[in-house]
Each structure stands twice: as C-alpha cells, then as structure tokens.
Write a protein that binds this ligand. Structure first.
Ligand code: COA
Ligand code: ZN
Length: 302
C-alpha cells in the first residue's frame, strides 16, 4: 500500500488574494470545481478578512454557499474573531487562523501584536471547540520575515506549543515569502515533529527562490504528510513584499507520485485545472513541471 500525502490546494485563497483582477464568487467556484475534478482532497476556498485589506476575497460567504457538499475538506482563512464568526455563520467547519512569527509581520498583516494575535487564537480555538469547528493554526513567516529577517526556531516552536495548548487541531508552518531552504526546513520540522507529532503538522511553501519542492521533500523526511500548494503556482501575500506564488500543486503532486506516495490526484485533470485558473486570471500559469506535463499529455503517457 502506498503511503498517502494530502495536498491542500490554497489557490482559491492564497492564489487569488494577490491577483489584480478580482474574481466573482461564481468564477472562484469554477476553479474549485476544477480542483475537485482533479481529485484534490482539501481546498482552502477563501478568507473572511476585511474587504478593505484584501478586496479579492470579498464574497467568501457566496463561495462557501456554492460548494459541492462533501466533495473535499474545505477550509477558510480568518484573521480575527470577526472572521471566525462570519466564516462559521456561512457554514465553514474548518478555519485557518494566522499568527506570524514576527511582530512586524503581525502588524502588517493583521494590525496586531503577536501577543494580541495569540490571545485571539486562544479565543477562536476555544469557541471552535464548543462549535465543533476544526482549527488549523498557521505560523506565518516561520523561517524568515520580510521585515525582521531570519526567525529564531525557538520562537516558532513556542508559538506552536501555545497553539496546541489552546487546543488547535493542527499547526501549519508557513514560509510565507519563500525564503526557506531544505536544511532549515529539515531542522525546524524535525524538532516540531518530535515535540508535537508529525501527524498534527503541515507545511506551506512558496517558490520564490525555486526551492518549493525541495522544501516539501525535506519536510517529508521529518514525517510531515500534509502540504499546502497552489494550482499553477499562483499566489503571494499582499502584505509580504517580494513573495511570489506558492509551490505549484502540479509540481508537488508529480514529485510525490514519482517518489511512490499516493495523493489521489489525477495529473491530467490537474493540468486542466491549470488551464482554468490561467483563463480566469487572464495570463498563463503553471509550475516548473507544466511544460513536461503537457508534453506527456500530448504523448498520452500520463
Ligand atoms: N471580515 C470582514 N470585515 C472585518 C473583519 C473580518 N474578519 N475584521 C474586521 N473587519 C472590518 C471591521 O468591521 C471594520 O469595518 P468598518 O470600517 O466598516 O467599521 C474594519 O474592518 C476595520 O476593523 P478593525 O478591527 O479596526 O481592523 P483593522 O483595520 O485593524 O484590520 C484586519 C485588521 C485583521 C481586519 C485586517 O488587517 C485584515 O483583514 N487582514 C487580512 C490579512 C490577510 O488576509 N493576509 C493574507 C493571509 S495571511
Ligand atoms: Zn502563502
């Protein structure tokens, strides 16, 4: 039996939040349907954030209302308690809250200190436990902050410890700006896996320096079996200067399959989803492997 690795496609959130063109909820649902057709088991469908801060995510409740029932695990990003209340009122049953590892990033991203963000985390997780809502607690800029530089791994481990102590179901270690390298990823994920258990962790990488899949491979060695990725490599944080797209779902799915893992993803249909997202955003998308994948499809060998 092949070992399962779960890919959570964050394209409809991390991918679209940074696009100049704001997609209507129906267009975002079209992308989500293409991802479902490709077999994605988990999708981050949007964020319940201030529409002034991130105009592209307005209408998240409409997206949630239009989701095919039970087709995948859906989650939505929330920056604060208001986001939690809006998301759960819309029917979201899995939320991702975000606390950055640096004070400056928290101020830029959610206009809060790290302490206030962690107090918000405790409040949200407590409410979520009472409501039967699953919580993913994301530590943004877990390796490097665009404002403060390299992050001390003890800071990240301390935040993760507190998140789990508050009752978070999973901690997501996020390289928001794509500055991490496989050695640093291995160090932090090994320590985190030893302390908290690899099955309660996932990783989120950006491909800014082309090390996205190498970082996934490094985290795999620490036992991590869940990864965020974005269809076509779309993405970037509007509040983190210099960050480019997430590691592409097709690159990660291809690598995992070739390494002998199973993801449940159909690569031919995944490339069709790349075509959908390219059409929606109005310019060609695709990870490092997209040309090779297209050639195999032409040859009928995929
Ligand atoms: N959803 C929708 N509206 C929200 C909201 C939410 N989660 N949280 C606050 N607001 C509204 C308030 O109601 C208020 O509206 P008003 O001006 O009509 O009265 C306005 O936003 C300002 O509220 P305030 O609490 O003062 O927020 P802020 O200006 O300090 O901004 C955040 C804080 C968290 C709302 C904002 O920074 C944000 O949405 N950040 C999202 C960042 C993000 O998505 N980053 C990428 C992913 S990591
Ligand atoms: Zn990201």
């Amino acid at each position: 039996m092949k070992e399962l690795v779960t890919i959570n496609d964050v394209g409809p959130r991390d991918g679209l939040q940074n696009q100049s063109r704001t997609l209507a909820p129906a267009e975002r649902l079209r992308l989500i349907e293409a991802l479902l057709a490709a077999g994605l088991p988990a999708i981050e469908v949007g964020s319940f954030v201030s529409p002034k801060a991130v105009p592209a995510m307005a209408g998240a409740a409409e997206v949630v209302a239009g989701l095919p029932v039970g087709a995948a695990v859906y989650s939505a990003l929330i920056p604060n308690r208001k986001g939690y209340d809006l998301a759960t009122a819309a029917g979201v049953t899995q939320v991702e809250l975000v606390v950055a590892a640096s004070q400056t990033m928290n101020r830029e991203n959610i206009n809060a200190t790290t302490e206030a963000a962690m107090a918000g985390c405790e409040d949200i997780v407590t409410a979520a436990q009472a409501d039967g809502v699953k919580t993913l607690a994301c530590i943004a800029t877990a390796w490097e902050c665009p404002f403060e530089g390299v992050i001390d791994q003890d800071v990240v481990l301390g935040l993760a410890r507190d998140m789990f102590a508050h009752g978070a179901d999973e901690v997501v270690l996020a390289d928001t700006i794509g500055a991490a390298d496989p050695a640093g990823v291995k160090r932090l994920t090994q320590l985190a896996a030893q302390e908290f258990g690899a099955d309660r962790l996932s990783c989120h990488f950006h491909d800014t320096r082309g090390m996205g899949v190498a970082n996934v491979a490094a985290a795999l060695e620490s036992g991590i079996r869940k990864f965020d990725a974005s269809i076509g490599g779309l993405g970037g944080c509007p509040f983190a200067p210099g960050a480019t797209g997430n590691v592409a779902t097709e690159d990660v799915a291809l690598m995992l399959g070739q390494m002998g893992f199973t993801t449940g993803i159909d690569l031919v249909k995944l490339v069709a989803a790349v075509d959908v997202v390219s059409e929606l955003v109005g310019h060609p998308q695709g990870g490092n492997s997209i040309r090779w994948l297209r050639r195999q499809i032409e040859k009928g060998t995929l």
